[in-house]
Design a protein around this ligand. Structure first.
Ligand SMILES: NC(=O)C[C@H](N)C(=O)O
Length: 659
């Protein structure tokens, strides 16, 4: 395919070159550099414009790929037996071994296609026509998870934050012993999450003959790379569980984790099935951020018959700020022990936050018994069906919010923040309520619930895209209440958000973001909602998406081509749209020519003016050694030279320079 280069218009196009008479040579690169007439170049670039739209969708990589960051913290998965015959993590062992295994690294593909920073990446054989490229960040020292502290959660969260924009998804390799704690903690620490984070590990090291590690790791890479489930998840034994619902249940089984109060979010069998209706999505228009300073003055207290008041009092002593009380059955503690209840009440009165959860693996705290009601009266907060790990880490997170009042902290402990607790039973919606599906089902003689469900899954995404196209929020809301997933995509991978962004329906975009639609989803051509908004030049939507954390993901070279073309043809609105989307307006093309070079060479004064106003530099040298200012001088473009010099004077007056 033809790829545009801004300087093609000056150098490579024979028809233009041969007609010109003013010539000079650039000895360094051996090109015969011919000055073309500005209008002619402009026309030439305009003709090439349609090719650009296509090039935007093409990738210079041979196969579309997703990038996953693997944060390797330790655990059995990468361990080796030491001289004493016990398992121990070993530096660099995992990554070096993985490079030799074809399932984990397609060496031939990497040797042919990877260069520069990509050399650190491993690449999986392709899945569903896509490659998952992944990079392993190994922690030093690698830890058995029993040695992990709350500060280690902070390190992981910080690394997730720092690499959030560069990767499509994340895998955390972790020991199984405290994985449920880390997964729960990370789910609270990661605020406004829009990408998939999966924790996994194994019961037997990955390089032993019998190991669960290979499947767990491969499944996690596939899910993090190819599916957008914007949650912190645990992948184990072919199941994807919500991190904050998970507990380690079996020390000796490959099926070590369970999620007692919530079915798996996905199952990996012959087919991968994701229950999209169960996916928890952050709502609103705020960017991803992490909260790392967790409160350490929290504890878990398990009731047992005859527990003494002294034990409970000692446990609740300062500096304790929050306690998870594990009670019997549906949240009961003795109501014939006023001594005990008084201690709890006193602690609660002086500001200790006490949460009531059940000791049972499954089920939830209710106040249907007098024994449970007594605790509520003592100021103990109902923790619903939270796991001990989720309740403890939620408490640690909520208590560390320095700007929140105690009242707010108590309120937030009762709220479902990340899908960690069941607040209300799901409405019993039947898809047959929706007349359209019903009549289509009739016409197709479809009657079983399973078939109707499949029909709904096939029709809803298209209906949602159609509603988004006309900005029909009511229709979207109706589809949602009928059980539709607003982030589902049509045959082209396009979601309602893509469509609304392209069409410029700002209230629809707002509605979708508040319903948890992800700004990071790419359609089958790799286009994100932000790219759609840029193509539609919808400035308020661009601002809203950027505020929500969207970033431009198009390749720098493609961006350069777009900007150079817009600069050459004075499409100021396009330049404005890219600038608002956070594009680097100095991005240079194959010949290292910036949009300003092209604007100068095409005599596009409005573009020059806009670019200078956007703070671009006129001092970058292209491959031929010319800065944009050199180009203006060679062309004797006095007005443009004056514009640049004026900008230079303006910057100098402010103590800055234009380089
Ligand atoms: N299977 C494992 O990973 C157990 C190990 N002790 C750990 O938690 O790090």
């Amino acid at each position: 395919m033809y790829m545009y280069s801004a300087s093609d218009s000056l150098i490579a196009d024979e028809t233009l070159l041969q007609k010109k008479s003013v010539k000079f040579s650039d000895q360094n690169i051996g090109f015969k550099f011919v000055m073309a007439d500005t209008t002619e170049i402009k026309n030439h670039v305009s003709q090439k414009r349609p090719v650009l739209a296509k090039s935007l969708m093409d990738s210079s990589e041979p196969e579309p790929s997703s990038r996953v960051l693997v944060i390797y913290t330790g655990g059995t998965i990468g361990m080796k037996t030491n001289d004493n015959g016990v398992y121990e993590p070993k530096e660099d062992f995992l990554v070096n071994k993985l490079r030799t295994l074809p399932m984990f690294h397609d060496r031939e593909y990497a040797n042919t296609h990877f260069a520069g920073d990509e050399e650190d990446f491993l690449v999986m054989p392709h899945q569903k026509g896509r490659r998952v490229m992944y990079k392993i960040m190994e922690y030093k020292p690698l830890l058995d998870s029993s040695n992990m502290m709350m500060t280690d959660w902070g390190h992981i969260a910080t690394d997730l934050f720092e690499h959030y924009d560069q990767f499509d998804g994340f895998v955390v390799l972790h020991g199984t012993d405290t994985m449920a704690y880390t997964a729960s903690a990370l789910s609270f620490m990661c605020e406004n999450l829009g990408k998939t984070i999966i924790l996994t590990g194994s019961q037997i090291p990955i390089f032993e003959v019998r190991s669960d590690g290979r499947d767990n790791f491969l499944s996690s890479l596939i899910m993090a790379g190819l599916y957008n489930i914007p949650e912190v998840l645990v992948c184990f034994d072919n199941k994807i569980l919500r991190g904050s619902r998970t507990i380690k249940n079996d020390a000796g089984s490959f099926s070590a984790f369970i999620s007692p109060n919530l079915p798996p979010i996905a199952t990996l069998e012959i087919r991968i099935h994701v229950d999209w209706s169960a996916v928890f999505r952050a709502t609103g228009t705020e960017k991803f951020r992490v909260h790392t300073n967790m409160c350490q003055n929290v504890g878990l207290l398990r009731m047992f018959p005859g527990i003494t008041t002294q034990t409970v009092r000692a446990f609740l002593q300062p500096p304790m700020q929050g306690v998870v009380l594990q009670t019997y059955g549906a949240g009961n503690a003795p109501d014939n022990r006023p001594d005990l209840l008084n201690v709890l009440k006193e602690a609660s009165n002086i500001g200790v936050v006490i949460i009531n959860i059940t000791q049972c693996t499954k089920g939830c705290v209710m106040t249907s018994y007098a024994t449970g009601k007594a605790l509520e009266d003592a100021g103990v907060i109902c923790g619903g069906d939270m796991t001990p790990e989720a309740a403890l880490t939620k408490l640690s997170y909520v208590l560390s919010k320095e700007t929140w009042t105690l009242d707010k902290k108590r309120k937030f402990m009762k709220r479902n923040l990340r899908g960690e607790m069941t607040v209300v039973a799901k409405e019993n919606i039947t898809i047959l309520d929706f007349e359209l599906i019903e009549s289509v089902a009739r016409a197709l003689s479809v009657s079983s619930t399973e078939e109707i469900k499949k029909l709904r899954d096939a029709l809803y995404p298209s209906l949602m895209c159609a509603a988004a196209q006309t900005g029909d929020n009511q229709a979207l809301e109706k589809l949602r209440t009928l059980g539709g997933n607003l982030s589902s995509h049509n045959h082209d991978g396009r979601t309602a958000l893509h469509v609304a962004c392209r069409e410029g329906h700002v209230t629809t975009v707002q509605y979708l973001l508040h319903q948890g639609a992800s700004v990071h989803l790419k359609d089958s051509n790799g286009i994100t909602p932000l790219q759609d908004a840029v193509m539609g030049k919808h400035h308020s939507i661009i601002r809203l998406l950027v505020k929500t954390g969207a970033i431009l993901t198009i390749k720098p070279i493609v961006l350069a081509m777009e900007l150079c073309c817009a600069a050459a043809t004075e499409e100021i609105e396009t330049l404005q749209a890219y600038r608002a989307a956070g594009a680097n307006m100095n991005e240079c093309d194959y010949d290292k020519r910036t949009p300003l070079h092209v604007a100068v060479d095409t005599g596009s004064k409005r573009s020059v003016h806009f670019l200078l106003d956007s703070g671009v530099s006129w001092m970058f040298e292209d491959m031929f050694g010319n800065t944009a200012l050199d180009c203006a001088r060679k062309r004797n473009a006095t007005e443009i030279i004056e514009m640049i010099e004026q900008k230079e004077r303006q910057l100098a007056a402010n103590g800055e320079n234009g380089t």
